[in-house]
Design a protein around this ligand. Sequence first.
Ligand code: DX5
Length: 216
Amino acid sequence: MAALQVAVSILNADLSAIADTVQQIAAAGADSIQIDVMDGHFVSNLALGPQVCRAVADHTTLPVEAHLMVERPAQFIQAFAAAGATTVIGHIEVLDDPAAFAAAVRRLGKRPGFAINPETLASRLIPHLGLADLVVVMGIHPGAGGQTFMPETLTTLRQLRAARQGQLPALQLDGGVNQDTVIPIRDAGADAVIGGSFVFRHSRGIAAAVAALKLT
Ligand code: DX5
């Protein structure tokens, strides 16, 4: 079984030392960095604009994934593409035209992704799977890190895994990932996980946390 890809979410990172944090994430063997963008409407929190994305991208060669937890994701494709994002992810719950979103991202040479919340049925996303390079299955309600993993979201993960044709889109589980939950998440078919608070709160540091999630 292939090792899990690990993306690190910087929502809970020390943003006062972002260059050093990003370099530590890369040195730890993470596969990508995720920027959690929040508009205070789609989720109640407000977080991480294009400037933070640019600050991250300027200090790493890792792929940078912009996770747009915003009501109008298409409005922000250009800004995050210009700020160095390699992947731009919109929530299927607010994408009236997933094909148009994906096409707009690809026109800028970036990878389109769709994210899906715990209460959204997989059937909402399955018809559009072929449009995306990445699908983010939320393991928690979006808006904050440090929440408890919701095991019922593994049903969505399994359904998406069963529905996809071939290896794309990559299936990434986001939220509540730690050394214990990563096992059932992998077994349910995830190609990747996102480490957030587990990575930055780990007693032995970022590298040990990333290694614990890779399951090599
Ligand atoms: C929440 C974000 C997640 C979160 C993960 O809306 O999308 O990436 O930061 O944090 P943990 O891993 O702490 O649940």
